[in-house]
Ligand binder design. Structure first.
Ligand code: OXD
Ligand code: MN
Length: 588
């Protein structure tokens, strides 16, 4: 039974069903009865595995194909009419060619299977901030994840009414043939087609595909922004909450920062941190002329390894019920899950992420390094009371960050909005020993959007500059942080995690004009006296070292920036060229 009379929706669905030829078609209405039946079916076929109902109520384990465990940037395409509109940082395919290639692969790809039609809302249903998507998929795992990550059901179709403003998403596991895996985006058609993968980032089409790649393009045309940012609220002892949005490349601790627990000395005074979102922010100019941010998602799709009682107790607590675990180890003694650094007790009687006997074998990991939990946001002990607010939360500051061993200081503030856009555009991380390839190689990842910007990055920067013009003096202040400075032995100097609160406090104080700063060639840097290190095992000299800006290192950085900028040709905004020259001049 269909959940809508919307002719555009129905005719698109008819077309996709005729193409993929499933045995049956089921609309997902979001009811608990329907979901429970799907969970039971997935367990019966082995697609999912039910975990200990006492210890992990409502939780399941899923294993993907061992060759299908991460996003595939090489097989991800932006399919727009002109190649230059995709830009030098995206793979491009002409729409006609992409449709032809995909139609061949999708032809009959759901034979003998059920097609599930998932109506979902990114953002609270019916909010002017929100947008509707429909995903057709042949995977129950996708259905059950989408139900956690987005708002699903009939109310979404009611909110859409007769409108044609919805994003069409077609996904089929097909044969999981890696050579025919495609994640294609058609921004001009509001369409996403994903085939031959079953891994979250490639198949939960509301997330990276819609909420970043398609939405960034929509935002440029409609005057708003879709960003790879967490959103947190920092409450002071007077009960005032200030909101910060922050962009970091993948694997730099976004989820940890979003759910930060303040150090004892702050907690005692009454400081609190509220999580609005851990990965994506949709940002608009509100009626008051300020920037307002909303998290379009409804859950967390977090990396499991490294999550523990110390690093992120709030994330861990979020996963203790109604969650799905993907590619983690299974403890056979009590039917619970385990991953590296969860604790010091790898289960002796266990299976690894592939389902092979593991038994805590120290020579190989139990969980895949990119294993995940999918957890409802409402499970998070520090979820913001504003989480469902239809208008979002007002931003006081925007923070960029990366993983740099020496270059960037612990924190600095940009001179103004345009300089802040420059700071975001030169964001970079150095590869660590954990990643494959050389150590210390700089990967530029502007605004952490490198794999997620659905159009030419040069036009995207221009859009940022244009938003600044509209905001004028109502614009949030822009900062950069680096939690990852190392000493000569390669050890991290700054403790990070909850202690990052000390830097956030300086950021908010700066926005409120309560604290000074030292002017350096790259921006305003905190004076060591203004970062609270009470209760920390760090000397003032060490802190001074963390805040140091070495002009010689930055002079070397200039050529890297120039080379990166060179890729964008005419699309590089003049304003950013001027910013680069300004930095060069200040460095002398
Ligand atoms: C993610 C990512 O999964 O950024 O959030 O890779
Ligand atoms: Mn992300």
């Amino acid at each position: 039974m269909s959940l809508t009379n919307n002719k555009q929706v129905l005719s698109w669905i008819d077309e996709m069903i005729a193409l993929t030829k499933p045995e049956s078609v089921v609309w997902i209405d979001g009811s608990e009865d329907q979901l429970e039946a799907l969970r039971a079916e997935a367990c019966a076929t082995g697609e999912m595995y039910k975990l200990n109902e006492e210890k992990l109520p409502g939780c399941y384990l899923h294993r993907t194909d061992p060759n299908d465990v991460a996003r595939v940037e090489k097989q991800t395409y932006i399919c727009c009419s002109k190649e230059e509109d995709a830009g030098p940082t995206n793979n491009w395919m002409a729409p006609a060619e992409a449709y032809a290639r995909l139609n061949e692969i999708f032809d009959g790809s759901m034979k003998g299977r059920t097609a599930y039609i998932i109506p979902y809302s990114m953002g609270p249903i019916g909010s002017p901030f929100s947008k509707v998507g429909i995903e057709i998929t042949d995977s129950i795992y996708v259905v059950l994840n989408m139900v956690i990550m987005t708002r699903v059901g009939k109310a979404v179709m009611d909110a859409l009414g007769d409108s044609n403003d919805f994003v069409r998403g077609l996904h089929s596991k097909a044969q999981l043939d890696a050579s025919k895996k495609y994640i294609c985006h058609f921004p001009e058609d509001n369409t996403i087609m994903s085939v031959n993968s079953g891994y979250g980032g490639n198949v939960l089409l509301g997330k990276k595909c819609f909420a970043l790649r398609i939405a960034s393009y929509q935002g440029k045309n409609e005057g708003w922004m879709a960003e790879h940012m967490l959103i947190l609220g920092l409450e002071n002892p007077q009960g005032e909450v200030k909101y910060i949005a922050a962009a970091f490349p993948s694997a730099c601790g976004k989820t940890n920062l979003a759910m930060l627990i303040p150090p004892e000395i702050y907690k005692k005074q009454g400081y609190k941190v509220w999580c609005v979102g851990d990965d994506i922010a949709w940002i608009r100019i509100g009626e008051d002329g300020r920037l307002w941010a909303c998290n379009p998602e409804n859950g967390f799709f977090g990396v499991a390894p490294g999550t523990n009682e110390k690093s992120n107790p709030n994330a861990l607590a979020s996963t203790r019920k109604n969650s799905i675990f993907t590619n983690v180890a299974l403890n056979l003694d009590d039917n619970t899950v385990w991953w590296e650094k969860l604790d010091n007790n790898p289960p002796k009687n266990s299976l690894d992420w592939k389902g092979d006997v593991w038994n805590a074998d120290p020579t190989r990991p139990g969980a895949h390094p990119n294993s995940r939990f999918t957890a409802p946001a409402k499970n998070c002990p520090c979820v913001s009371p504003e989480f469902d607010s239809p208008k979002g939360v007002p931003l006081t500051a925007i923070v960029f960050g990366g993983r740099r061993a020496k270059t960037a200081p612990l924190c600095y503030q940009s001179f103004d909005w345009n300089n802040g856009v420059f700071v975001g555009s030169i964001m970079a991380s150095e590869t660590t020993a954990a990643a494959t390839g050389a150590v210390g190689v700089v990967r530029r990842d502007p605004m952490a959007m490198l794999p997620f910007c659905g159009y030419n990055m040069g036009d995207y920067w221009q859009h940022w500059l244009d938003m600044g013009k509209k905001l004028g003096d109502k614009a949030p202040k822009i900062f950069n942080v680096n939690w990852f400075r190392t000493d000569d032995e390669g050890n991290f100097i700054w403790p990070g995690f909850g202690d990052n609160m000390r830097v956030l406090e300086w950021i908010i104080d700066r926005c409120e004009g309560k604290v000074g700063a030292d002017e350096t060639p790259i921006g305003y840097v905190p004076s060591a006296d203004d970062i609270n290190i009470e209760g920390l095992d760090i000397s003032k000299e060490t802190l001074e070292g963390l805040l140091d800006v070495d002009p010689e290192i930055w002079k070397k950085e200039l050529s890297g920036i120039e080379e990166f900028y060179g890729k964008f040709g005419d699309k590089l905004p003049d304003e950013l060229k001027a910013q680069l020259e300004g930095l060069r001049a200040r460095l002398g």
